[in-house]
Design a protein around this ligand. Structure first.
Ligand SMILES: [Zn+2]
Length: 321
């Protein structure tokens, strides 16, 4: 594993205390986090391009990438956890990144984003300072890999599942990690995107996400439509606004993440599409669907689903006139 130098970033305890106190009303959900003030120009969903995470394309080789392009997918997200690279060295992963970039480019596919692995070794809010430093160093390696693949966004989880009593301190830890990582990415043409996550993680609501990112420049948000509860996905989109730089599209039962194909679950897609259009989201409509149990869909089914969502949205507009 490559060794990376990193600076210690621990702030003074007093700053921690003042910061936590100032956050408490917002963390409790009764404050008014400063949502994006100016929504962008409305974007027409007809102009969105289709994307898919490697959650549905776990094996990347030239013949598969050709099929991906032929199925109408223009953008992909490389989810590092989807590939069998456990135990690999940084040099191995760099070789893989170069190879995947070359293959995708040859087919006219853009690697829009990468997803940093998650799990106990990848918790940027870890209460254990030494473990957190190791994580930040590892994330820097994944930033370097994403740059090699010319990705624009690096999706990162704000935490692993947490004990509720540690939430406020973890927000502080997460912000410290993010400040260091934002400085590392500055000027490199790439940005981190913090993913909203289910209630037992950090990033569970628009309020909390805006607190985590407050004052940290160069870090955006990955909106995952199947992670939010009890806040509705469309409410999250409108409150976080322009800080949303990328998306994970999937359906769920309204409470627990499922990564279903849109249409199977409780998400009101007309409202989500409306909200994304209203904030001026112009990145790809990036599916992060997982095939479970007896499900048979593949990445080849995404285009039809994407078209049906946009047709239904368009019809809903017409019928409201
Ligand atoms: Zn996701």
């Amino acid at each position: 594993m490559r060794k990376i130098k990193f600076a210690a970033v621990l702030s003074k305890p007093l700053c921690h205390a003042v910061f936590v106190l100032s956050l408490l009303p917002v963390i409790a959900g009764c404050g008014t986090a400063n949502a994006t003030k100016s929504a962008g120009a409305k974007v027409h969903p007809e102009n969105w391009k289709l994307g898919s995470s490697t959650s549905l394309i776990p094996v990347l080789k030239p013949e598969v990438i050709k099929e991906v392009r032929e199925s109408g997918i223009h953008f992909i997200e490389i989810g590092w956890k989807d590939h069998n690279l456990e135990g690999s060295t940084f040099a191995d992963r760099m070789d893989y990144a170069k190879s995947v970039f070359a293959q995708a480019s040859a087919e006219g596919i853009t690697i829009w984003s990468t997803h940093v692995p998650y799990g106990k070794n990848f918790d940027i809010s870890n209460p254990d300072a030494a473990a957190r430093k190791n994580t930040v160093a590892l994330v820097k390696e994944y930033i370097d890999l994403a740059i090699e693949m010319r990705a624009k966004q690096i999706v990162l989880h704000p935490s692993e599942p947490l004990e509720e009593s540690t939430r406020a301190q973890r927000i502080i830890n997460c912000r410290e990690s993010l400040q260091e990582l934002a400085a590392y990415t500055k000027g490199k043409g790439i940005a981190l995107a913090m993913e909203c996550l289910p209630p037992n993680f950090l990033g569970r609501s628009s309020n909390e996400m805006l607190v985590i990112l407050d004052g940290i420049e160069g870090v955006g948000v990955c909106f995952d439509s199947n992670h939010l509860y009890p806040e509705k996905p469309e409410e999250f989109v409108r409150k976080v606004g322009k800080r949303i730089r990328t998306v994970h599209i999937a359906d769920f039962d309204g409470k627990v993440q499922k990564h279903w194909m849109p249409g199977r679950g409780a998400v009101d897609w007309n409202k989500v599409i409306d909200a994304l259009a209203d904030i001026g989201y112009s990145g790809p409509f990036m599916y992060e669907v997982v095939r479970r149990d007896k499900e048979t869909h593949t990445f080849k089914d995404l285009k039809a689903n994407f078209d049906s969502l946009r047709t239904a949205w368009s019809n809903s507009k017409t019928s409201r006139r």
